[in-house]
Design a protein. Structure first.
Length: 122
């Protein structure tokens, strides 16, 4: 069994531009989350929970086309104040990792070269 709290801390340590890491189950329930030290959250706890639930629902809708397009690697949204990604964790319980980045972060490089390899090693 994966220690999702430890995983969130590892994600925060992976790059200084990572603001937040959270793991949710297939129903959108947050099972672990961590903020980078000295980061002021942009959403309240309730707003974060709603956002995670919406991300999980959107991720579920993508699975409809995976037989033709291949598995989802990550989904991404860029806002004016933050970048956010949802990354499926290939575990038996279909957890997802949600990560937010500072807007100047090279998110794709961080995800593909640092986060995905870390998830594969877990």
């Amino acid at each position: 069994m994966v220690d999702y709290d430890a995983l969130c801390l590892k994600i925060l340590d992976i790059d200084p531009k990572v603001r937040f890491a959270s793991v949710a189950d297939h129903l959108g329930r947050i099972v672990a989350s961590q903020y980078r030290k000295n980061v002021k959250p942009l959403l309240t706890k309730e707003e974060s929970e709603l956002s995670v639930t919406q991300s999980i629902l959107r991720m579920g809708t993508r699975s409809v086309f995976e037989n033709k397009l291949g598995p989802t690697i990550f989904a991404f949204a860029m806002y004016e104040r933050v970048k956010r990604a949802t990354i499926p964790i290939r575990d038996p319980d279909s957890h997802c990792l949600m990560v937010s980045f500072d807007v100047e972060a090279e998110h794709e490089k961080i995800i593909l070269q640092k986060i995905i390899p870390l998830l594969a090693a877990e």
